[in-house]
Ligand binder design. Sequence first.
Ligand SMILES: Nc1ncnc2c1ncn2[C@@H]1O[C@H](COP(=O)(O)OP(=O)(O)OP(=O)(O)O)[C@@H](O)[C@H]1O
Length: 825
Amino acid sequence: MKNISVISDVSNRKRQLETTFDGNSLKRLHVDDESEFFGLPHKVKHLFKKHKRITQLYDWQIECLNLEAIKRRKNLIYALPTSGGKTLVAEILMLKELIVYERNVIFILPYVALVQEKVQSLCPFGLNLEFNVEEYVGGKGKHPPLHRKRKSSIYVCTLERGAGLVDCMLADNGQLGGRTVGMIVVDELHLLGEQKRGALLEVTLTKVLDFKQSKQNIQIIGMSATIGNMQEIGEFLNAHVYTRDFRPVKLTETIKLNEQIFVINKDVDGSLKSKLDRKLNFDAYSTDMKLLDPSGIGLLVREILPDGSCLIFCPTKSSCQSIAKIIYKTIGCEETQVKLKQKEDLYKALKEEGDGKVCPLLSRSILFGVAYHNSGLTNAERKLIEEAFLEGILKCICCTSTLAAGVNLPAQRVIITSPYVGRDFIKQSTYRQMVGRAGRAGLTDNGDSVLLFQDNDKEKIKILLESGVEHIDSCLGTEESVVYSMILSSVSTGCTSSQQQLVDLMKRTLYIQQAEKRNVECTVASDLVESCLDKLKSINAFEKPIEDKLKLTSIAKAAVAANLDILEAQKLYTELLEASSALILTNKLHLLYLAVPYTECVTIERQNVLDIMTNLQGDQQALANRLGLNELCISQFFSYGKIKNVSENIWNKFLMSLILNDLWNKESIWTVSKTFNLPRGTIHSLLSRTASHASSILRFTEALKDKRLDHFPMLFQNIIPKLNIGILGSSSDLESLMSLPSVRFGRATQLYKAGYKTLNDVAKANKKELCNVINHLPLKVSREMIASAKLMLLSEAEALEELAESLRADLNKSMSKNKENSLWF
Ligand SMILES: Nc1ncnc2c1ncn2[C@@H]1O[C@H](COP(=O)(O)OP(=O)(O)OP(=O)(O)O)[C@@H](O)[C@H]1O
């Protein structure tokens, strides 16, 4: 085992200088700085002030960072209401791990947008404090990670990519990129209770706990706003539990029935109290306006204008648009005169991102400071809208519930237009997350929320407001494929090799712990493992065991390396073999077809499908023929809306690949959206899931080392970068600019036109000058963009230096060997 020490206290750091991890010296630790800022160099404090405008920690943050558990490197989970400042605590702990102890950190976040936001905001810290910031999202991020000996790295990842990174770490004896991992941080820990993703998070953490117990002290930090059974989760994670009910700004919760608005309070016994606060005054509305907005949502927005900002949660995607229309038509024309120049810049930026077009509703509503935000918009458009809202250019965003969980957008007022999300009555945790967005720390002293409801939902509303925080229940029991993956990955990484070890691992899961506690009969770890092993053996996931030692077949091993479900991996293997015998390479369609995930299914209207299928061009027709999609299928589809002799998977994948192929052939996203009658956002999501699957296929074929498939890694390597950046038809000149976290197509085009053609140009840019030449670029984003470019270039240069060093060392070794064996030279 390597030279591993458990660090108990920062004051021990001098001693640590002698007992370093893996030969890494603690060279950047300045002892003079000791205890200046929670054991971090003083400079960190300035960075928080400069980049996050944080000058002082909240009392609870100080208390939490000084916990005995933290000093003893115990696992920690903590819960506070939304906007309580949880991230700062995790960031301080992570920075300490990275720059004081020089170990790597894995930071798991639930959504792509959050990962990108974090990468962007961490770059200035990485640059100043000398650590790498690695983004693992979709198809981005090398797997296994590149070796980075000189500096520690933080791997910021989604849950799915985090699971893959943890497997890499376990397979490499606790290391990633050649350095020990010291900490794993999980944001939004309550995701543990969310079906497949929750199950995946649970097995990821279970494997770390198992490894931690036997080999290395990896500290797990988890944070969340809403967990009812914190103690139980704390037991599962063997963690200290810390909870506080702190909000930096006061939240006033109100509910609205007809024209009356009631303030909600809870008695000490938890019972609900409501008091009439005011009646909405419709006098300001003309008769037409009252007809347009009978609930008076526009009036609620008017109340906080001109200075305030407002998030309006709508029950469906389409209602976001209709409510945005109502708001801009009812809030009054005065708003059009506010920040006019910035609004024009925002419009131009949206136009650049949207290939020369802006959604007609947005182009009108942003003039009034109003926008909608849902999955129908592309990521780039959503990002611009979020930035404009944070800058105060937009005052009001109409969005779906996903925004509450996905992005950090505080507002003075939160309006929930209906207690439903889709058709379902709103969950307590969703409601809490939405109202939690009310109040902007440092900008306003209070925030408020208004929940609109109808008389017939009165009882349900009472229960919603009275009930305590929801408990987390494990979902592993209903997610068989995740249990299979857990078994296969822990055998593959070498953490377990016998049935008994698997049973021990299974006992550590939250699922078994909860089942035992609740006396659920028939949920016994050994039975569960046995039945899963039987199933896995029946599908040939294991070689014949030698002395009861489990050993994976090469396909199962490659499935683990690629983070693929075993059944999916087997299907992929057959499909790739079939395809390789007659791969159509005159264009990218066949490769794109292979890259589309099996689960992908976007519903396209029947008439559109028929139009598309009856107008297939040469290579499209050739692929359709190869897949067995002939005229009979089309007529079946025409008659029954389904096809019979070809699997639904193949049919869906083919249709999806046609969408991607059009984009690849430089069709504008507006044209593709029209042809397939799909929102642009849906097309972009398809692109990003395909990017992720393509990188899984790349890893799968690399790991498989099957001669018959050895051309695939190179072919997929060629398409992944474009899939990753999401604009298939873009010129490759823009690709490197678009690898920056805050740069999408529109910004990249503007940068390019303004002469900032490479990362190097951006790295050397002046932040204010960039703001002048790029439409709607906030100063903060400009600063972070420059820092990201610098950090990326530094990382690239260091990787090359490391490569040169290792080549030199190799060469020296072989030369000295030659000398030993030769008489003359
Ligand atoms: N000590 C502090 N002083 C001033 N502002 C702070 C402080 N700590 C955090 N903040 C700011 O408060 C805002 C909310 O913080 P943060 O996102 O960490 O909350 P959170 O508890 O993680 O919320 P969520 O549950 O939404 O993730 C951020 O803008 C953050 O920069």
